[in-house]
Design a protein. Structure first.
Length: 79
């Protein structure tokens, strides 16, 4: 299974599991980075998930995208 497919399948489960814990979700993103996912791929996949999410989940995804692009405390930036 490609890394992108794995992300699209597994990350919604992670969001449900850690709905109110952004730092736990950030750790999940770091695991995908450690497996070799690029910044652009991660953003693209988060955007795909955003397109099929309800408004509350969309807010979480936008916060996670901030970690990916570095629009956050530098210590929390993923890339």
């Amino acid at each position: 299974m490609s890394l992108n497919k794995e992300f699209i399948q597994l990350f919604p489960v992670e969001i449900k599991k850690h709905y109110n814990d952004l730092l736990a979700l950030r750790k999940s993103l770091i695991k995908f980075k450690d497996k070799g996912m690029s910044k652009d791929s991660m953003l693209e996949n988060l955007e795909k998930l955003r397109g099929i999410s309800d408004s509350e989940t969309e807010d979480i995804l936008l916060d996670l995208m901030d970690f990916v692009v570095g629009y956050c405390n530098p210590n929390l930036s993923i890339f």
